[in-house]
Design a protein around this ligand. Structure first.
Ligand SMILES: [Ca+2]
Ligand SMILES: [Ca+2]
Ligand SMILES: [Ca+2]
Length: 265
């Protein structure tokens, strides 16, 4: 065999392997968002105040993926603490930056981490309302992402069908929320309080093909059903068919469907 042909075959083989190894994270990014629900956990406050207890399930929330650190991976999310812990009074959005730790095409391990130093005296509800100088807020989530059969989102939030499920991975080391501050806003060691949420259980759903990629009917694939829907609505302002959301169904939407035709499945 000629060396060139052999090299070509090896190169093609390597290319297909490299494509296969990144496919879970790519599918997650393509989905554009994740639905997420906190199921259970424990909390503990130590220092100037001592408290501990259990946390029950919260309402499902949806995180839209962004590329907050401009590293080309749009899997970062803004964790809204007010949404996660509505009664506490921590109205901060923690930017959680995603790192894909591994992806063998069957399971991907993704870690989200972020921190804020607000240095702000705010009212916090710790059973009773107290003033706390919040100095530091930090969070980490780590999940194992696996494929599921294409289906409506179990949590009922994703507009399109889901193809991925995310479950906690890495235990307390990588699944926690922490906050630090000073009681009564007095920045002295005696008034220091540390709060943490640990033993977290949660679940998430993602993947699929969003409408913005031409999946007009938001099922499992961009196919002739989506194409026909755009063609029938062509020239109208039907918001359900307006793929790019610019107010009109026109050739731009049609091209998006054609460009992504076959995506999903
Ligand atoms: Ca990023
Ligand atoms: Ca479709
Ligand atoms: Ca449009």
């Amino acid at each position: 065999m000629r060396n060139g042909a052999f090299a070509g075959i090896v190169f093609a083989g390597l290319m297909s392997i490299s494509i296969a190894t990144a496919q879970i994270a790519d599918a997650m990014e393509r989905g554009g968002s994740i639905s997420w629900r906190f199921l259970s956990g424990n909390y503990e406050i130590t220092g100037a105040i001592s408290q501990s207890g259990t946390l029950s399930a919260g309402d499902p929330v949806m995180f839209g993926f962004q590329d907050l650190n401009n590293d080309g991976v749009a899997l970062d999310v803004l964790l809204d603490l007010a949404q996660l812990l509505p009664d506490v009074g921590l109205n901060y959005q923690v930017p959680l930056i995603a790192t894909v730790l591994s992806d063998d095409g069957i399971t991907a391990i993704v870690r989200w981490t972020g921190a804020l130093d607000p240095n702000e005296c705010i009212q916090v509800n710790l059973g009773a309302t107290v003033n706390v100088l919040v100095t530091h807020v930090e969070g980490s989530l780590q999940g194992a992402v696996m494929r599921i059969a294409c289906q409506p989102d179990h949590l009922g939030l994703l507009p399109h069908y889901a193809t991925l499920q995310v479950v906690p991975n890495g235990g307390d080391t990588y699944n926690y929320l922490r906050a630090q501050g000073y009681l009564f806003c007095v920045p002295q060691d005696t008034f220091l309080i540390n709060a943490r949420i640990f033993n977290m259980d949660w679940i998430g759903y993602g993947g699929g093909v969003p409408k913005s990629l031409g999946n007009v009917n938001e099922d499992c694939i961009v196919d002739d059903a989506d194409l026909l829907t755009v063609l029938f609505a062509f020239g109208s302002s039907d918001p359900d068919t307006d793929v790019n959301g610019d107010g009109i169904v026109d050739d731009a939407d049609l091209l998006t469907v054609l460009f992504n035709f076959g995506t999903g499945g």
